[in-house]
Design a protein around this ligand. Sequence first.
Ligand code: COA
Ligand code: AMP
Length: 268
Amino acid sequence: MNQKSLFSIRMRASTGGKHVSGAERIVSGECIDVTVQELVMRAREKDRAPEQIVVTIDSLGDILPRTLTALDVVTLKSDDVKSARSAASRLLQTAGVSAHATEVAIHHLSKGAAPSGGNMRGAIIMDSLSGERLESDQERGIRVSRVDWSEDASRKIQEHLSEIGLTHFRTRDALALATKVAQAPGVVAELCWSDEPDYPAGYIASLRSGYVRFPTLKRRGDPKGGRVYFVDSNMLDMAELIRYLQTETVLITDVGDCNPAIDPDAYV
Ligand code: COA
Ligand code: AMP
């Protein structure tokens, strides 16, 4: 293996054929061993060890990653799921998503967006005005991959997020994914909440709003979650969008502002 080029290292873990966790890194050759170890440890940190852990290592050869600056981060305090969702809806509408599409998106994520009734394996692509679903496979959706923080940015974002009380690795990973998605051709905004029952936080993200986090976008214990990427159909080249999201290599080399939590009414 060429030690100078970069490598995409991806981990996915499953039990009984069901996906339980995943993570990825983009690193130089000399960091492969330690990164594999970190990712395997991450897979085993779950309450119950997974039955299968798959780690894939691909050389990126001559590919130079696209570099991006992370979205700014702010948390909007909310007392309950209803008020959080209503603030999230308002922000999505400010970003250009219609009230109808926002309602449809929240409905899908709440009930389980896959036609079989469960969570999808990736994200919904939704027309930001009509609310029509555009992904060809509604069980799978589109899964964003090939994105990571540079070493320097990773250190900085960890520090800055910790300063505002966000120490969970999920926030760092979600911010990386959301930063890549916000820059995608044709994407207007994103809505996400986790499918982990004990992780009720979620976010909306767009170039305009940055990454706006809500501590309770779903009820604790609720196993339903997902992601919706709202797109402007007039500007959409679906093949290019999917290529960018799934395969274009993106390294986040700069961090944005990480702001302390505020009340939704104070957010302008
Ligand atoms: N949910 C459910 N199933 C999943 C899954 C997920 N999140 N990720 C992978 N799988 C399963 C599916 O069965 C999938 O088959 P499908 O393509 O038909 O859905 C199969 O594993 C293979 O998936 P693939 O994406 O080819 O695996 P991979 O090993 O290349 O990548 C991940 C796996 C989890 C790393 C990648 O999908 C991902 O989610 N990357 C983003 C991780 C992240 O947070 N990055 C931020 C970095 S800072
Ligand atoms: P999580 O934040 O990992 O709990 O994931 C929440 C939901 O987002 C999952 O149920 C999937 O529908 C979707 N998802 C998971 N990984 C990705 C990804 N890499 N890209 C897009 N959507 C994803």
